[in-house]
Write a protein that binds this ligand. Structure first.
Ligand SMILES: Nc1nc2c(c(=O)[nH]1)N[C@H]1C(S)=C(S)[C@@H](COP(=O)(O)O)O[C@H]1N2
Ligand SMILES: [Mo]
Length: 493
């Protein structure tokens, strides 16, 4: 054995890069892309303390870090196959053996990772090609060796450009949802939209969401960067575990059940106090209760583990699940992929993590067990904390010189009773105007307050829930069980 030469190393890296791009060209940014299992592995094996730190301090940019690391790992793995190919070619003195080794090896690796034998050609062909480039007999003159590396680099750059283009263009339509979905149109949902529009507070800012968030703006929290693509005809929900016999329901059966539209708010336990992982949509679906008829809720622990097709799982009491809702429509559209297409669970009043997307299994448990986030130190399966938000876009200087403050407040099924605003750092408090509550049991309300500014103001907002409990004043971080404290914002007059 000898160390690879510098030009061999460069060609191997190029092989690695083009292999990842080739897989992307074949699969797009789907769960068949070779990056998915590696990225999920990186994310899932990151210790809880680190992911908690990243979620709270780095935020969205942290995603670029794990993506970059995943690509790096893959470039390394495929590169090693190319280097192995060079070694095999030397050992047996034939390029074909080396090319075969590198090509077959990287094909097998890709199939093992993705389970897609045909799409795996996307990564293995480039590795074989670059191994071929690297195994043609070394020219005697160093300049021509350099020229070869240059040509390989130019080829790789061209390949990367084409591959990235193909990957994003060719698979665009696969990622779109082109399905007829029962019950999402009609009078009932129109009326619900109309009511939400009518009851929205009239605020000066047009950036501030109304009572219903748009699908594009609705936050997304998912353990995987890669949303599952599940055609609704392939979807089933299985109830299993301590239930005697497993039951299974398909999409058609589900959507034949009584259809309801529910306006519901979701909030992620991981968001900062004044964060934006709080949104509301009008969901179309059916209550889950009748599906659980055959289930004995008084089993040993009275708890269930729910599983999503992306490998996500969360555990909470059956009693809580019984009030749940299975949704296949969102704002009059088929449920989008990012929000759980074709079917997700919605649990009234509980933290976002209980609302399993791409739901596939309900497992009745003998004993309680930790869900995905609980294994990582969170305690986010209970009812949400009360919060009144004052986002950046909620502060507007009006043309008459007054300042308008507006925002949203949420307390799950306890509902919002009142919102108070202080413009003097909490010395004195004023009642904000609230939007008329929507009839649904788990929705936010909008609030608005206007004042005459003088110098600078420390604004503080706080909500009281329907039980008469004031929002917790003590500040705490999102982990483990949701941020507490009152939102403050300084305004310079
Ligand atoms: N299958 C699955 N369901 C999931 C998650 C996930 O990663 N996978 N994330 C949960 C979390 S932590 C939250 S806050 C909500 C977010 O729902 P949204 O992405 O539709 O806003 O989905 C929950 N359901
Ligand atoms: Mo969450």
């Amino acid at each position: 054995m000898r160390y690879p030469t510098r030009s061999e190393s460069i060609v191997a890296i190029l092989a690695g890069i083009t292999a990842v791009v080739g897989s992307f060209a074949m699969a797009g940014y789907t769960r068949s892309f070779v990056m998915q299992p590696v990225d999920d592995f990186v994310v899932n094996t990151t210790p809880g303390v680190i992911s908690q730190f990243m979620i709270e301090n780095v935020g969205q940019a942290a995603h670029h870090l794990h993506r970059a690391l995943s690509v790096l790992i893959l470039v390394g793995l495929f590169g090693v196959f190319a280097l192995g190919g060079f070694a095999v070619a030397r050992r047996f003195d034939t390029a074909v053996a080396g090319i075969g080794f590198a090509g077959l090896g990287s094909w097998a690796l890709t199939v093992a990772l993705t389970g897609e034998p045909v799409l795996a050609l996307g990564s293995s062909v480039p590795v074989a090609l670059f191994t071929a480039i690297g195994t043609v007999p070394q020219p005697i003159e160093p300049t021509s060796s350099r020229r070869r590396v240059l040509a390989a680099s130019a080829g790789a750059i061209g390949f990367v450009g084409l591959g990235l283009g193909a990957g994003s263009l060719l698979h665009e339509s696969e990622l779109e949802i082109d399905e007829q979905v029962p019950g999402i149109e009609g009078e009932a949902i129109e009326q619900q939209f109309q009511q939400a529009r009518n009851q929205e507070l009239d605020v000066a800012s047009d950036e501030l969401p109304g009572l219903v968030s748009t699908i594009d703006n609705f936050f997304r929290t998912s353990i995987s960067d890669f949303d599952p693509t599940i055609p609704s005809e392939d979807w089933t929900l299985t109830v299993t575990g301590e239930v005697g016999m497993d039951t299974e329901i398909g999409y058609e059966q589900l959507t034949e059940m009584p259809i309801e539209h529910r306006t519901m708010t979701l909030r992620c336990v991981g968001e900062s106090l004044n964060g934006k992982k709080l949104d509301t949509a009008i969901w179309t679906g059916t209550p889950i209760r009748s599906l659980l008829d055959s289930v004995d809720p008084d089993g040993e622990c009275g708890c269930v583990m729910l599983h999503g097709e992306d490998g996500y799982y969360v555990q909470f009491p059956v009693d809580v699940l019984e009030d749940g809702f299975l949704a296949w429509g969102m704002n009059g559209q088929p449920l989008p992929r990012k929000n759980g297409h074709p079917v997700r669970l919605l649990v009234p009043g509980h933290w976002g993590e209980t609302n399993v997307k791409w739901i596939e299994t309900i497992e009745l448990l003998e004993e309680p067990a930790d869900g995905y986030w609980e294994e990582r130190g969170w305690e986010g399966t209970g009812p949400v904390n009360t919060v009144a938000k004052l986002w950046e876009e909620g502060v507007t200087e009006l043309s008459n010189g007054r300042v308008e403050l507006a925002g949203h407040a949420y307390a799950g099924t306890r509902a919002i009773e009142s919102v108070e605003v202080s413009i003097d750092g909490g010395e004195t408090w004023n009642e904000a105007t609230l939007s008329v509550p929507l009839p649904d049991e788990d929705v936010w309300r909008m609030w608005r307050y206007e004042f005459e500014p003088a110098d600078s103001h420390e604004i503080v907002v706080r909500a009281t829930d329907g039980n008469g409990n004031l929002q917790e004043q003590r500040r705490s971080s999102p982990s483990p069980s949701g941020a507490t404290g009152w939102v403050k914002r300084t305004i310079n007059g």
